[in-house]
Design a protein around this ligand. Structure first.
Ligand code: FES
Length: 109
């Protein structure tokens, strides 16, 4: 297992490269393990808090895909900071095709 690389840019502008993300885990889980600042994940990945909000890099967004209806409703609640590439990182399952993914952590709520 393993082998998925992701880079998250923290709210202070510094980047964290996650080199050991596991296939099948969520981007939020990998970010929490790596200690990425700004990924609070207060609901533990249940798609009900939006404290794992990230802005996917434009070049990667089509590979990550659009949010489903439930996630869409959560993102509506943070509409004031939402961007077209907003996703909740707990809803992104990592796989080989996402290795190299770049995303920016949204500002704290
Ligand atoms: S961890 Fe709460 S919505 Fe993602």
């Amino acid at each position: 297992m393993g082998g998925v690389v992701a880079t998250l840019i923290q709210p202070d502008g510094t980047a964290v490269r996650i080199a050991d993300a596991q296939k099948g885990e969520s981007l939020m889980e990998a970010a929490r393990r790596a200690g990425v600042a700004g990924i609070l994940a207060e609901c533990g990945g249940a798609c009900s808090c939006a404290t794992c909000h990230v802005f996917i890099d434009k070049l990667w967004f089509s590979k990550v895909g659009d949010p489903d209806q439930v996630e869409e409703e959560m993102l509506d609640m943070v509409d004031y900071i939402r961007r077209p590439t907003s996703r909740l990182s707990c809803q992104i399952r990592l796989h080989e095709g996402l290795s190299g993914l770049v995303a920016e952590v949204a500002p704290e709520l």
